[in-house]
Design a protein around this ligand. Structure first.
Ligand code: DPP
Ligand code: ZN
Length: 863
C-alpha cells in the first residue's frame, strides 16, 4: 500500500469544467458513458501532456480524446487507475466503463441496497464508477442521464434539477438531471429504485419555494415524518443563525438500508442510512429521535460548510467536518436541554476521542499522511475538530465568530480550500491571533492541564500548567493555546467572579483574583472549554458545593462525576488487591442525597447526574485497564447506591412513571430518562418486585424508549421476565431490521457465561446479515462495546470471534473490517491477561492478505 503525504500536494494538471454522465442500468451490468470537457490548469505553467485518472474495479470499454480512440501507446492502465499521454491543452474526454453494482459489496461507488441502486462516493468511491481525477479540488458542473427498467426502477434521481424525463422504449425510461453548482466528484449521487415518498415544501427567507422529498422503500413512509420536520427545522435554523439560505429548488433525501456511514451530504440529494432517518415512537427511542434530528441537520448544513466551500484535499477533512459538527452541536443545543446536550458532547470527547488520541491511531485533526482515507473519518477529525472550532468561537464571542464564518464562506465560495485558509479568514474577521492556536491542528494527543490554587489575604492564585504526552511519530509537543473558563463561588453558592476565559499560552502561568472576602470555590474548564484532561485535586466539600450550585449544568455534572470517580477508583484498587470493597465516599453520599432531595428542574440533567461514570471513564483513570476490576467496581457502587437510596429511587420512579401519550420533546424525554435511570438502579437489587415492574413497564409501553428501559433493567436478571419480554420483542419487531438491531445488541451485551458462543449462533441466524453494516455494528460492535466481560473472557474466545469476523468481512467490505480492527488495536492500554490476548488476535489478522484499509489499522496496532 502507498502512503500519501499532505506535503506532497500538487494541483491537478487538468481541470474538468463539465461532466456529462450517462448510466445505462441493465441486469448484471451498468454501462457508464462519461464525457468531460477538459482544459489544462492555467495556474500550472510548463506542465501537461500526461494525466492520471483514478479507477478501481472497472471494466474499461473505450476511451477517446476528441472522439478519437486513445492509442495503446498513449494509455497505461493499472489496478488503481490509468495514465493518459500526449494530451492537448483542451479536449473532450470520453470514457466508457462497465460496472456491476449487484456484486459491489464494498458499499462504495454504485451498489445495490436491497431492491434499489444507490451511490456513496466520499471519499473516493467515484473512481469505482468511471476513470476520473478522484480528488476534491477538481470541481465540475454535472449533467447526468439515467436510464433503467421503468417497472423495477420507477424512481430515478441524481443531483440538481430534473430537466427532462420520459420513456426509452422496451419498458425502459430515463431522466436527465442538471446540477448548476460546480462540485467535486465525491458529492455526486444517483439513486434508482421502486420507492415510497413523503413530500413537503420550505419557503426560504427570500421567498423561494423549495420542494422537499424523502424517499424510502415502500411501507416505511410513516417512519420518515420526524426526519422531514427536522430538515425544515434545520433549514430555518441555518437562515436564522448564519443567514444561510438554501440555493436550489429541490432538496431530496433517500434512506437506504445498507450504508457504511450515517449519511452523505451529496449536493441536493442526500443519501442516508435508514438508522439516521427512521423515527417512530413504536420503533425508535428518544436518543434515536435526537440522532435523526441532528444527522439530518448535519448533512443539510454541509450544503454550505462542505459543498459550497469544500476541501482542497482529504487531509483537510476537518475543514468541513469539524465546522459542520460544531454547527450541528449548536443546533442540538438549541433544540434540547442545553446542559445535557453539552454533557453528551463532553462525554463523547472523553470516552472516545481521548482514548483514540492516546492510542496507536492517534493523529492530528489535520493528518500528515494516510494509506486509506476512509480510516480517517474519525472521532478526532470530527469531534475534536468541532472542539477546536468551539474554542475559537469562545475566544471570539459567538456573534463575532458567526460573522467570521460568513466571511470565510463569502471569501471562498465555490472553492476547494484548506484549514489554513479557514483559520486565516477567522483571524481576518475577528482580529484574534491564532498563531499558537494552529498547533491544535498539527499535533495529536490530549494535553494535561494541571491546576493548583492558593489563597491568602483576599487573593486567589490559580496556577495552570500544560504537558502533552508523545503520540506515534510525534515525540515532542509544543505548548498549546488553551482557553480555560474560570468562575468563583462563595460557600453559599453565590458567584463572586463571573465566568471568564483565560488563555494558557506558556507551559505554566499564574492567574490572580484579588479582593475576595473569603476563600472561594473554584470552577475551572467549565463545559470543557478545551479538549484537555483536567488534573485538579479539589476537596469533596468543594465538589459538593459545585454540584449543588454551579451556574453551569455541565460543571455540576462534572463535579458529581469526580465524586463518584473517587469511590470507583478505590473500588477498582480494592478488587485488584483482593480486599473488601470500600464504603461509599461521604462526599458522594451527600451529593446523591442532595440530588434526590432537591433535584434540578431539568430532568435529563438529573438523570445524567445520577449516572455513575462509564466503564470507559473508569478505565481511563488507570495506566492499564483491568476489565474485571472496573466491572466489579461499577456494579458494586451502583448496587450500594441503590441499596442506600432504595426508597428515594422508588419514589423517583413512581413520580416519573410512563403515563402514555408519547411526545418527543425535552421535558417528556427528560422524564423518561429519569425513569429509566431509577429503574436501572433498582434492578441492581434484583428483587421479585423490580422484575415484575420491569415486565409490566414493557407490556404497557406505548413507545420504544420505555420498552428499552425495561429490557435494559432486566439485562442482568436472567429468568422468566427477561425471557418473556425478549421473546415478545423478537416476534413483535421481526420485520423491522433496525429494531432487530436493538435485539441483537441486547443479546450480544448479555453476559451469561457463554456469550461468545451465542454471538456465533446469531452470526448464523437468519435475522443477521453479514453484508449489512448496521447488523454487523449491532452484533459484533455491540458485543465488544456492550459486553466487556464476554469480549475479554479469559479463554480468549471473544477476541477470536472478532478476529474471525474481521477476516471474513475484509474480503467484502474493507471499510467496515478496518473499523472492527480498530477495536483490537489499542491492546496496549489494557492490563494482562487482556493485552496479550488482544494482541494475539490482532497478530493473527495481520498474517492474512488484507485490504489496505485493514492493513493500515492492524500495522498501527502492532507497530
Ligand atoms: N457522511 C459523512 C458526514 O456527513 C461524510 N461526509 O459526516
Ligand atoms: Zn459531515
Amino acid at each position: 500500500p502507498q502512503r500519501k503525504y499532505r506535503s506532497d500536494y500538487q494541483a491537478s494538471i487538468y481541470l474538468i469544467d463539465r461532466v456529462s454522465l450517462d448510466f445505462d442500468i441493465r441486469d448484471g451490468s451498468t454501462r457508464v458513458t462519461a464525457r468531460h470537457s477538459v482544459r489544462r490548469n492555467p495556474q500550472l505553467i510548463g506542465t501537461g501532456g500526461r494525466w492520471w485518472l483514478d479507477g478501481r474495479d472497472l471494466r474499461l470499454v473505450s476511451i477517446a480524446v476528441d472522439d478519437e480512440p486513445v492509442a495503446d501507446g498513449a494509455l497505461e492502465v493499472s489496478e488503481t487507475g490509468l495514465w493518459l499521454n500526449g494530451l492537448p491543452d483542451r479536449f473532450t474526454l470520453t470514457v466508457v466503463t462497465e460496472i456491476d453494482p449487484d456484486r459491489n459489496l464494498s458499499l462504495e461507488g454504485l451498489y445495490r441496497s436491497d431492491d434499489m441502486l444507490c451511490t456513496q462516493c466520499e471519499a473516493t468511491g467515484f473512481s469505482r464508477i468511471t476513470y476520473f481525477p478522484d480528488r476534491p479540488d477538481v470541481m465540475s458542473r454535472y449533467t447526468t442521464r439515467v436510464e433503467a427498467d421503468a417497472e423495477r426502477y420507477p424512481v430515478l434521481l441524481s443531483n440538481g434539477n430534473c430537466i427532462e424525463s420520459g420513456a426509452a422504449g422496451e419498458g425502459r425510461h430515463y431522466a436527465v438531471y442538471e446540477d448548476p453548482f460546480a462540485k467535486p466528484c465525491y458529492l455526486f449521487a444517483l439513486v434508482a429504485g421502486d420507492l415510497g415518498v413523503i413530500r413537503d415544501t420550505f419557503t426560504t427567507t427570500s421567498g423561494r419555494e423549495v420542494a422537499l422529498a424523502l424517499y424510502t422503500e415502500h411501507g416505511n413512509e410513516d417512519q420518515c415524518h420526524h426526519a422531514m420536520a427536522s430538515l425544515k427545522d434545520a433549514m430555518a435554523w441555518d437562515e436564522a443563525t448564519y443567514g444561510l439560505e438554501y440555493d436550489l429548488d429541490s432538496f431530496v433525501i433517500v434512506a437506504v438500508g445498507s450504508f457504511n456511514m450515517g449519511a452523505m451530504e451529496n449536493k441536493s440529494l442526500n443519501i442516508f442510512n435508514t438508522a439516521c432517518i427512521f423515527a417512530h415512537q413504536d420503533t425508535a427511542t428518544d436518543s434515536d429521535f435526537a440522532r435523526v434530528r441532528d444527522v439530518v441537520a448535519h448533512e443539510y448544513f454541509h450544503n454550505y460548510t462542505g459543498n459550497r466551500v469544500t476541501c482542497r484535499d482529504w487531509f483537510q477533512l476537518s475543514l468541513k467536518e469539524g465546522l459542520t459538527v460544531y454547527r450541528e452541536h449548536q443546533f442540538a443545543i438549541d433544540h434540547g436541554s442545553p446542559g445535557v446536550t453539552r454533557i453528551e458532547q463532553v462525554r463523547m470527547i472523553r470516552d472516545v476521542q481521548f482514548p483514540e488520541d492516546a492510542g496507536p491511531r492517534a493523529h492530528p485533526v489535520r493528518p500528515e499522511s494516510y494509506v486509506e482515507m476512509n480510516n480517517f473519518y474519525t472521532i478526532t477529525v470530527y469531534e475534536k475538530g468541532a472542539e477546536l472550532i468551539r474554542m475559537m468561537a469562545q475566544m471570539a464571542g459567538r456573534e463575532a465568530f458567526t460573522k467570521a464564518v460568513k466571511h470565510y464562506l463569502d471569501k471562498h465560495d465555490g472553492q476547494a480550500v484548506t484549514i489554513e485558509d479557514f483559520v486565516l479568514a477567522i483571524e481576518e474577521s475577528t482580529g484574534l491571533d491564532l498563531a499558537q492556536f494552529r498547533h491544535w491542528y498539527a499535533f495529536a494527543g490530549t494535553p494535561r492541564l494541571r491546576v493548583s490554587s492558593r489563597f491568602a489575604d483576599g487573593r486567589l492564585s490559580l496556577e495552570l500548567a500544560q504537558a502533552t504526552p508523545a503520540t506515534p511519530g510525534q515525540e515532542n509537543k509544543p505548548n498549546f493555546d488553551i482557553p480555560v473558563s474560570v468562575a468563583l463561588f462563595d460557600d453559599a453558592g453565590q458567584v463572586v467572579r463571573a465566568p471568564e476565559i483565560v488563555r494558557l499560552i506558556e507551559q505554566r502561568e499564574t492567574f490572580v483574583f484579588d479582593g475576595l472576602a473569603a476563600e472561594p470555590t473554584v470552577s475551572v474548564l467549565r463545559g470543557l472549554t478545551a479538549p484537555v484532561r483536567l488534573e485538579f485535586d479539589q476537596p469533596d466539600d468543594a465538589l459538593v458545593r459545585l454540584m449543588a450550585h454551579d451556574s453551569d449544568p455541565v460543571s455540576r455534572w462534572d463535579a458529581a462525576q469526580s465524586l463518584y470517580m473517587a469511590t470507583l477508583k478505590a473500588a477498582v484498587t480494592a478488587h485488584q488487591n483482593d480486599e473488601p470493597m470500600p464504603a461509599l465516599g461521604e462526599g458522594m453520599m451527600t451529593a446523591v442525597a442532595a440530588l434526590l432531595a432537591d433535584p434540578p428542574d431539568d430532568r435529563a440533567l438529573l438523570a445524567e447526574m445520577l449516572t455513575v461514570p462509564s466503564a470507559t471513564q473508569i478505565g481511563e483513570a488507570f495506566d492499564a485497564i483491568d476489565v474485571a476490576a472496573v466491572e466489579a467496581a461499577r456494579r458494586y457502587v451502583k448496587r450500594e447506591i441503590a441499596a442506600r437510596f432504595e426508597a428515594e429511587l422508588e419514589r423517583l420512579a413512581d413520580a416519573h412513571a410512563p403515563s402514555g401519550g408519547y411526545v418527543f420533546d425535552q421535558v417528556a424525554a427528560g422524564r423518561r430518562r429519569v425513569f429509566a435511570t431509577a429503574l436501572d438502579y433498582l434492578a441492581c437489587l434484583d428483587t421479585p418486585a423490580i422484575r415484575k415492574r420491569a415486565q409490566a413497564v414493557y407490556d404497557a409501553a406505548d413507545n420504544m424508549t420505555d420498552r428499552m428501559a425495561a429490557l435494559n433493567a432486566l439485562q442482568d436478571l436472567p429468568g422468566e421476565e427477561r425471557e418473556a419480554t425478549r421473546a415478545d420483542f423478537a416476534e413483535r419487531f421481526a420485520d423491522q431490521p433496525l429494531v432487530m438491531d436493538k435485539w441483537l445488541r441486547l443479546q450480544a451485551a448479555t453476559e451469561d457465561g457463554d456469550t461468545a458462543a451465542r454471538v456465533r449462533d446469531l452470526l448464523a441466524d437468519d435475522r443477521f446479515d453479514f453484508t449489512n453494516p448496521n447488523r454487523v455494528r449491532a452484533l459484533v460492535g455491540g458485543f465488544v462495546r456492550g459486553n466487556p466481560l464476554g469480549f475479554h473472557r479469559a479463554d480468549r474466545a471473544g477476541y477470536a470471534l472478532v478476529a474471525d469476523e474481521i477476516l471474513r468481512l475484509d474480503a467484502i467490505n474493507p471499510q467496515l473490517a478496518a473499523a472492527l480492527a480498530g477495536l483490537l488495536a489499542p491492546w496496549r492500554r489494557y492490563a494482562e491477561p487482556y493485552a496479550g490476548g488482544m494482541r494475539e488476535a490482532l497478530a493473527r489478522v495481520g498474517e492474512a492478505d488484507l485490504s489496505d484499509n485493514t492493513r493500515e489499522i492492524v500495522d498501527a496496532g502492532l507497530g
